[in-house]
Design a protein around this ligand. Structure first.
Ligand code: ZN
Length: 297
Protein backbone atom coordinates (compact mmCIF):
# COMPACT_ATOMS: atom_id res chain seq x y z
CA UNK A 1 0.00 0.00 0.00
CA UNK A 2 1.33 3.41 -0.96
CA UNK A 3 0.38 6.97 -1.87
CA UNK A 4 0.67 7.98 -5.54
CA UNK A 5 2.80 11.12 -5.59
CA UNK A 6 3.08 11.66 -9.31
CA UNK A 7 2.20 10.17 -12.70
CA UNK A 8 4.85 10.34 -15.41
CA UNK A 9 3.83 10.61 -19.10
CA UNK A 10 2.65 7.31 -20.57
CA UNK A 11 4.69 5.35 -23.11
CA UNK A 12 3.65 3.03 -25.89
CA UNK A 13 5.99 0.11 -26.54
CA UNK A 14 5.57 -2.84 -28.86
CA UNK A 15 5.08 -6.16 -27.00
CA UNK A 16 4.97 -9.23 -29.23
CA UNK A 17 4.07 -7.08 -32.22
CA UNK A 18 1.16 -5.22 -30.58
CA UNK A 19 1.41 -1.74 -29.04
CA UNK A 20 1.30 -1.81 -25.24
CA UNK A 21 0.72 1.24 -23.07
CA UNK A 22 2.59 1.67 -19.82
CA UNK A 23 2.91 4.43 -17.30
CA UNK A 24 5.28 4.99 -14.40
CA UNK A 25 3.85 6.24 -11.12
CA UNK A 26 6.00 7.53 -8.27
CA UNK A 27 4.67 6.02 -5.05
CA UNK A 28 5.73 6.27 -1.42
CA UNK A 29 4.87 4.91 2.00
CA UNK A 30 6.24 5.30 5.52
CA UNK A 31 9.62 3.93 4.35
CA UNK A 32 10.20 7.41 2.84
CA UNK A 33 11.79 5.91 -0.26
CA UNK A 34 9.67 7.04 -3.22
CA UNK A 35 9.92 4.54 -6.05
CA UNK A 36 8.41 3.79 -9.44
CA UNK A 37 5.46 1.46 -9.93
CA UNK A 38 4.85 0.73 -13.62
CA UNK A 39 1.31 -0.13 -14.67
CA UNK A 40 1.53 -2.14 -17.87
CA UNK A 41 -1.04 -2.77 -20.58
CA UNK A 42 -4.54 -3.33 -19.30
CA UNK A 43 -3.56 -2.27 -15.78
CA UNK A 44 -2.87 1.23 -17.13
CA UNK A 45 -5.91 1.11 -19.43
CA UNK A 46 -8.21 0.24 -16.51
CA UNK A 47 -6.65 2.06 -13.56
CA UNK A 48 -4.92 5.02 -15.26
CA UNK A 49 -8.22 6.92 -15.77
CA UNK A 50 -9.33 6.00 -12.20
CA UNK A 51 -6.12 7.47 -10.79
CA UNK A 52 -6.45 10.61 -12.94
CA UNK A 53 -10.09 11.08 -11.87
CA UNK A 54 -9.56 10.34 -8.16
CA UNK A 55 -10.90 13.02 -5.81
CA UNK A 56 -7.68 12.97 -3.77
CA UNK A 57 -4.77 14.28 -5.89
CA UNK A 58 -2.59 11.76 -4.02
CA UNK A 59 -4.73 8.62 -4.03
CA UNK A 60 -3.78 5.50 -2.12
CA UNK A 61 -2.95 2.44 -4.22
CA UNK A 62 -2.76 -1.18 -3.13
CA UNK A 63 -0.66 -3.33 -5.45
CA UNK A 64 -0.54 -7.10 -4.86
CA UNK A 65 1.85 -9.53 -6.57
CA UNK A 66 3.87 -6.88 -8.35
CA UNK A 67 7.43 -7.77 -9.30
CA UNK A 68 10.57 -5.88 -8.35
CA UNK A 69 12.84 -5.02 -11.27
CA UNK A 70 16.35 -3.64 -11.39
CA UNK A 71 16.44 -2.14 -14.88
CA UNK A 72 18.62 0.93 -14.33
CA UNK A 73 17.28 1.27 -10.76
CA UNK A 74 15.01 -0.53 -8.33
CA UNK A 75 11.33 -0.30 -9.26
CA UNK A 76 8.06 -2.24 -9.21
CA UNK A 77 5.99 -3.38 -12.15
CA UNK A 78 2.67 -5.17 -12.67
CA UNK A 79 2.60 -8.62 -14.25
CA UNK A 80 -0.42 -10.59 -15.44
CA UNK A 81 -1.27 -11.96 -11.98
CA UNK A 82 -1.05 -8.57 -10.21
CA UNK A 83 -4.01 -7.04 -8.41
CA UNK A 84 -4.51 -3.27 -8.14
CA UNK A 85 -6.89 -1.31 -5.90
CA UNK A 86 -7.24 2.48 -6.08
CA UNK A 87 -8.43 4.63 -3.16
CA UNK A 88 -9.56 1.66 -1.05
CA UNK A 89 -11.87 2.44 1.86
CA UNK A 90 -9.83 1.06 4.73
CA UNK A 91 -8.50 2.28 8.03
CA UNK A 92 -4.88 1.78 6.92
CA UNK A 93 -5.48 3.86 3.80
CA UNK A 94 -6.65 6.75 5.97
CA UNK A 95 -3.58 6.39 8.17
CA UNK A 96 -1.42 6.52 5.07
CA UNK A 97 -3.20 9.65 3.81
CA UNK A 98 -2.64 11.37 7.17
CA UNK A 99 0.99 10.33 7.05
CA UNK A 100 1.26 11.83 3.55
CA UNK A 101 -0.24 15.16 4.70
CA UNK A 102 2.39 15.51 7.41
CA UNK A 103 5.28 14.57 5.09
CA UNK A 104 4.06 16.17 1.84
CA UNK A 105 6.82 18.83 1.76
CA UNK A 106 9.70 16.37 2.16
CA UNK A 107 8.15 13.99 -0.35
CA UNK A 108 7.67 16.78 -2.89
CA UNK A 109 11.32 17.69 -2.50
CA UNK A 110 12.40 14.06 -3.01
CA UNK A 111 10.18 13.90 -6.08
CA UNK A 112 11.73 17.08 -7.52
CA UNK A 113 15.17 15.58 -7.02
CA UNK A 114 14.07 12.37 -8.80
CA UNK A 115 15.12 10.42 -5.72
CA UNK A 116 13.20 7.42 -7.19
CA UNK A 117 16.01 7.00 -9.72
CA UNK A 118 18.75 7.31 -7.09
CA UNK A 119 20.02 3.89 -6.01
CA UNK A 120 21.73 5.50 -3.04
CA UNK A 121 18.31 6.36 -1.58
CA UNK A 122 16.52 3.22 -2.78
CA UNK A 123 19.31 0.87 -1.75
CA UNK A 124 21.11 2.12 1.35
CA UNK A 125 24.10 0.07 2.60
CA UNK A 126 23.22 -3.09 4.52
CA UNK A 127 24.48 -4.83 7.65
CA UNK A 128 27.05 -7.60 7.46
CA UNK A 129 24.44 -10.33 7.93
CA UNK A 130 22.88 -9.41 4.56
CA UNK A 131 26.16 -9.80 2.65
CA UNK A 132 26.44 -12.94 0.52
CA UNK A 133 29.77 -14.71 0.03
CA UNK A 134 30.99 -14.51 -3.55
CA UNK A 135 31.28 -18.32 -3.75
CA UNK A 136 27.60 -18.57 -2.78
CA UNK A 137 26.66 -16.04 -5.48
CA UNK A 138 28.58 -18.04 -8.08
CA UNK A 139 26.97 -21.32 -6.99
CA UNK A 140 23.38 -20.27 -6.32
CA UNK A 141 23.10 -17.49 -8.92
CA UNK A 142 20.57 -15.33 -7.03
CA UNK A 143 18.74 -12.60 -8.98
CA UNK A 144 20.38 -9.92 -6.87
CA UNK A 145 22.82 -9.95 -3.96
CA UNK A 146 24.86 -7.70 -1.73
CA UNK A 147 28.52 -8.65 -1.80
CA UNK A 148 31.67 -7.17 -0.35
CA UNK A 149 35.15 -7.43 -1.77
CA UNK A 150 38.49 -5.97 -2.71
CA UNK A 151 38.57 -4.27 -6.09
CA UNK A 152 41.01 -4.65 -8.96
CA UNK A 153 40.70 -3.30 -12.47
CA UNK A 154 39.66 -6.07 -14.82
CA UNK A 155 39.66 -6.46 -18.57
CA UNK A 156 42.45 -4.89 -20.54
CA UNK A 157 42.35 -3.47 -23.21
CA UNK A 158 39.99 -0.99 -21.73
CA UNK A 159 36.71 0.05 -23.20
CA UNK A 160 35.57 3.01 -21.14
CA UNK A 161 32.38 4.11 -22.83
CA UNK A 162 29.74 2.74 -25.13
CA UNK A 163 27.13 4.49 -27.27
CA UNK A 164 23.58 3.93 -26.06
CA UNK A 165 19.97 4.89 -26.69
CA UNK A 166 19.21 7.79 -24.32
CA UNK A 167 15.87 6.27 -23.31
CA UNK A 168 16.49 2.59 -22.67
CA UNK A 169 20.33 2.64 -22.48
CA UNK A 170 20.74 -0.32 -24.79
CA UNK A 171 23.87 -0.12 -26.90
CA UNK A 172 23.61 1.23 -30.41
CA UNK A 173 25.68 0.00 -33.31
CA UNK A 174 25.30 3.39 -34.97
CA UNK A 175 27.08 6.60 -34.08
CA UNK A 176 25.08 9.67 -35.00
CA UNK A 177 24.43 13.23 -33.87
CA UNK A 178 20.82 12.91 -34.96
CA UNK A 179 18.14 10.79 -33.28
CA UNK A 180 18.04 7.25 -34.67
CA UNK A 181 15.45 4.48 -34.25
CA UNK A 182 16.52 2.28 -31.32
CA UNK A 183 16.63 -1.43 -32.10
CA UNK A 184 15.58 -2.27 -28.57
CA UNK A 185 12.82 0.17 -27.49
CA UNK A 186 11.94 1.32 -31.04
CA UNK A 187 11.92 5.00 -30.01
CA UNK A 188 13.53 7.61 -32.17
CA UNK A 189 16.08 8.67 -29.63
CA UNK A 190 19.31 10.59 -29.27
CA UNK A 191 22.45 8.56 -28.72
CA UNK A 192 24.57 9.21 -25.66
CA UNK A 193 27.90 7.83 -24.47
CA UNK A 194 27.79 5.92 -21.18
CA UNK A 195 30.76 5.24 -18.94
CA UNK A 196 31.69 1.60 -18.52
CA UNK A 197 34.33 -0.23 -16.53
CA UNK A 198 34.87 -3.82 -15.46
CA UNK A 199 36.27 -4.65 -12.05
CA UNK A 200 36.99 -7.85 -10.22
CA UNK A 201 35.77 -8.22 -6.65
CA UNK A 202 37.41 -10.71 -4.33
CA UNK A 203 36.43 -11.89 -0.87
CA UNK A 204 37.70 -14.82 1.22
CA UNK A 205 35.59 -17.28 -0.78
CA UNK A 206 36.12 -16.30 -4.41
CA UNK A 207 36.04 -13.55 -6.97
CA UNK A 208 33.82 -12.35 -9.76
CA UNK A 209 33.94 -9.80 -12.54
CA UNK A 210 31.30 -7.06 -12.63
CA UNK A 211 30.56 -4.14 -14.92
CA UNK A 212 30.00 -0.66 -13.47
CA UNK A 213 27.99 1.54 -15.81
CA UNK A 214 27.16 5.25 -15.93
CA UNK A 215 27.21 6.95 -12.51
CA UNK A 216 28.50 3.75 -10.89
CA UNK A 217 31.55 3.84 -13.18
CA UNK A 218 31.96 7.60 -12.78
CA UNK A 219 31.93 7.29 -9.00
CA UNK A 220 34.50 4.48 -9.00
CA UNK A 221 37.02 6.13 -11.29
CA UNK A 222 36.22 9.76 -10.61
CA UNK A 223 35.96 10.79 -14.24
CA UNK A 224 32.79 12.05 -15.91
CA UNK A 225 31.38 10.19 -18.90
CA UNK A 226 32.19 13.19 -21.13
CA UNK A 227 35.83 13.14 -19.96
CA UNK A 228 36.11 9.42 -20.53
CA UNK A 229 34.57 9.68 -23.98
CA UNK A 230 37.03 12.41 -24.88
CA UNK A 231 40.05 10.56 -23.48
CA UNK A 232 39.08 7.40 -25.28
CA UNK A 233 39.18 9.24 -28.60
CA UNK A 234 42.71 10.46 -27.87
CA UNK A 235 45.14 7.90 -29.22
CA UNK A 236 48.08 8.70 -26.98
CA UNK A 237 46.39 8.76 -23.57
CA UNK A 238 46.77 5.59 -21.55
CA UNK A 239 44.42 5.51 -18.60
CA UNK A 240 45.12 1.92 -17.63
CA UNK A 241 47.77 2.74 -15.04
CA UNK A 242 45.78 5.61 -13.57
CA UNK A 243 42.66 3.47 -13.26
CA UNK A 244 44.50 0.45 -11.90
CA UNK A 245 46.03 2.69 -9.23
CA UNK A 246 42.74 4.43 -8.36
CA UNK A 247 40.88 1.17 -7.97
CA UNK A 248 43.60 -1.07 -6.53
CA UNK A 249 42.70 -2.47 -3.12
CA UNK A 250 39.51 -0.47 -2.66
CA UNK A 251 37.04 -2.19 -0.38
CA UNK A 252 33.59 -2.11 -1.87
CA UNK A 253 30.09 -3.14 -0.78
CA UNK A 254 27.96 -3.68 -3.91
CA UNK A 255 24.46 -4.66 -4.85
CA UNK A 256 24.78 -6.74 -8.01
CA UNK A 257 22.62 -8.58 -10.53
CA UNK A 258 23.57 -10.92 -13.38
CA UNK A 259 24.13 -8.94 -16.59
CA UNK A 260 21.12 -9.36 -18.87
CA UNK A 261 22.00 -11.91 -21.55
CA UNK A 262 20.65 -9.56 -24.25
CA UNK A 263 23.07 -6.88 -23.19
CA UNK A 264 26.44 -7.79 -21.78
CA UNK A 265 28.62 -4.74 -22.37
CA UNK A 266 31.80 -6.60 -21.42
CA UNK A 267 31.70 -10.29 -22.18
CA UNK A 268 33.74 -11.34 -19.16
CA UNK A 269 31.57 -9.36 -16.73
CA UNK A 270 28.78 -11.74 -15.80
CA UNK A 271 27.43 -9.24 -13.26
CA UNK A 272 26.38 -5.63 -13.24
CA UNK A 273 26.71 -3.30 -10.26
CA UNK A 274 23.38 -1.66 -9.34
CA UNK A 275 24.92 0.43 -6.59
CA UNK A 276 28.08 0.40 -4.52
CA UNK A 277 29.60 1.94 -1.41
CA UNK A 278 33.26 2.30 -0.64
CA UNK A 279 33.68 0.83 2.84
CA UNK A 280 35.79 3.78 3.98
CA UNK A 281 32.82 6.01 3.10
CA UNK A 282 30.73 4.06 5.57
CA UNK A 283 33.08 3.61 8.50
CA UNK A 284 36.20 5.27 9.79
CA UNK A 285 39.06 3.42 8.17
CA UNK A 286 40.59 2.41 11.53
CA UNK A 287 37.36 0.70 12.58
CA UNK A 288 37.45 -1.76 9.72
CA UNK A 289 38.06 -5.24 11.01
CA UNK A 290 39.17 -7.39 8.10
CA UNK A 291 38.08 -10.57 9.90
CA UNK A 292 34.54 -9.31 10.33
CA UNK A 293 34.40 -8.41 6.66
CA UNK A 294 35.42 -11.93 5.75
CA UNK A 295 37.95 -10.74 3.24
CA UNK A 296 41.55 -11.84 2.89
CA UNK A 297 43.42 -8.55 3.20
ZN1 ZN B 1 16.13 2.48 -26.78
Amino acid sequence: MAVILHALPNKIIPVEGAPCVLRDYVIANEDMKPLILTLRGEFEEIYGPTIAAAKDPFPVIIAIRVKATTNHYLSLSTESSSVILIAPIAQQAMHLQNWHHTHADVLRQMLNQSSYTNPRILLPPVNNNRITHIATVLQQKPRTAWIQGIVELDCVPLKLTYIACSLCYYPSKLVSNLPVPCQHCRSNADLVPRALIAISLTDATGSLCAAAIDIEAERLIQYSTAELYYLQQEQNVDLTQYLARTLHGKLLMCYIKPSPSKFKPIRRAAYEIITSYAIDELFNAENINMNNLNING
